[in-house]
Design a protein around this ligand. Structure first.
Ligand code: GUN
Ligand code: ZN
Length: 435
């Protein structure tokens, strides 16, 4: 019997039960050509053949589309939605000239609230349902972000940026205040509904040793919270670290010394790392977020995914808006493919879609809640159409039912236009057109 509130999402179901890079492609995914996900009370209740649905079940039917778990972005800055497409600078100049200027506006809670609303609209239009998000140094930027996330019931990881040096006065806290403000935000938001907190020292260039120490203490005092920061993105940045922390063996060693590595630690970029640094990231179960559109746009370098993965480092995929140039995880996967091509490496489509869903969920330690269509998971679902644009439809005419080829078209040519619908905890919060 059907229960009120229960409904089905029907189409071509695809999710992953293992990493295709490890399990082989054939054993890595589940695909049901005419399937249905039954959702109720925010959760996935069952998946199976559409033919088995009870006749009285309400159904959202997407005939040719792929029904996937919601996409996950492991590194993005919500205050940088107007920094995208800022011309001609590499990291440190780009921060001074564009990013810090824009981030100062988040002292105003109304501005923060307006940008947060835009940001969530944009994520959902792109099929992204979870992200690890940097706010600004202002606690009110975090309030605005989590308030909107709570209203939408999205599962988000976010935190107040901590920075107490090498930034404009209006954008700095100090070790004590940054820690107190972070602690208050953790108390209020971590674990409230679907919200999760990340202690967020921006990067070691803009934090004193006292602040990094305080960040480590926050992690020890609040087990379960995340840590996010930037690491080894750019050569001038690494030279600054060497100067600021003359005692350190490496950039990673700076974070290590203050207890910031670990299973819930997400390091953005990690392009220029020594073997010793990679070994520590691996030993501590840390995650590195690969941000290809950003690495190309800011001219930071080519991420060596094979090297990190071979040494057992968890690698997530991320947009890094606004150093990154697109909110779309599909476009991000397309650029990841190209970066890896330049390193004589590969990113088969099944691996890319695994990474955007279950892989990123695993990197965040959340694979029991999001990233698959497994019954019991939260019902965060994305509906994608590989024939969304004339060029995609034209290319798709050559593909006779080959799933991997279809996914490759989707990631190479797709963007927000390929998202037909996005569900958050069972509610359809985005729909491209009436179905
Ligand atoms: N390093 C420190 N802050 C940032 C930032 O906002 N974006 C990027 N790409 N790198 C950073
Ligand atoms: Zn970043």
């Amino acid at each position: 019997m059907n229960r009120p509130g229960r409904k089905a999402i029907r189409g071509r179901l695809l999710d992953f039960i293992a990493d295709p890079a490890e399990a082989g492609e054939d054993g890595s995914y589940r695909y049901i050509a005419d399937g249905a996900v039954v959702v109720d009370d925010g959760k996935i209740v069952s998946i199976g053949a559409a033919a088995d649905l009870p006749p009285d079940m309400p159904v959202d039917h997407y005939a040719q589309a792929l029904i996937l778990p919601g996409l996950i972005d492991t590194h993005i800055h919500y205050p940088q939605t107007r920094v995208i497409a800022s011309y001609g600078a590499q990291l440190l100049e780009w921060l001074d000239k564009y990013t810090f200027v824009e981030e100062q506006k988040f002292a105003d809670p109304e501005h923060a609230a307006a940008v947060a609303r835009f940001f969530f609209d944009e994520l959902l239009r792109n099929g992204t349902t979870t992200a690890a998000v940097y706010c600004t140094v202002h606690p009110q930027s975090v309030e605005a972000f989590f308030t909107e996330s709570e209203r939408l019931n999205t599962l988000m990881i976010a935190g107040k940026v901590m920075m107490d040096r090498n930034a404009p006065d209006d954008l700095t806290d100090n070790a004590k205040r940054g820690a107190a403000e972070s602690a208050a935000l953790i108390e209020k938001w971590h674990g409230l509904g679907r919200q999760l907190y990340a202690v967020t020292p921006r990067f070691a260039v803009t934090s004193s040793e006292a602040q990094l120490e305080a960040a480590g203490a926050l992690l020890r005092d609040h087990p379960g919270v995340y840590m996010q920061t930037h690491l080894a993105e750019n050569h001038a940045e690494i030279a600054a670290i060497r100067e600021q922390f003359p005692w350190s063996r490496s950039y990673t060693d700076v974070y290590d010394r203050f207890g910031l590595l670990g299973p819930r630690a997400i390091f953005g970029h990690g392009i220029h790392l020594s073997d010793e640094e990679i070994a520590r990231l691996s030993e501590t179960d840390s995650t590195v977020a690969f941000c290809p559109t950003s690495n190309l746009f800011i001219g930071s370098g080519l991420f060596d995914m094979a090297r990190l993965r071979a040494r057992g480092v968890h690698v997530g995929l991320a947009t890094d808006v606004g150093g990154g140039t697109s909110f779309s995880m599909l476009r991000t996967a397309a650029e990841a493919y190209k970066v890896l091509q330049l390193n004589n490496q590969n990113l088969p489509a099944l691996q890319a879609f695994h990474l955007m869903t279950r892989g990123n969920a695993e990197a965040l330690g959340l694979a029991d809640r999001i990233g698959t269509l497994e019954p019991g998971s939260d019902a965060d679902i994305t509906v994608l159409d590989a024939s969304a644009t004339p060029a995609m439809a034209h290319r798709m005419e050559t593909i006779q039912g080959n799933l991997a080829e279809e996914l490759f078209v989707l990631m190479t040519l797709g963007d927000d236009r390929a998202t037909l619908a996005t569900y958050v905890a069972g509610e359809r919060l985005y729909c491209a057109a009436e179905i």
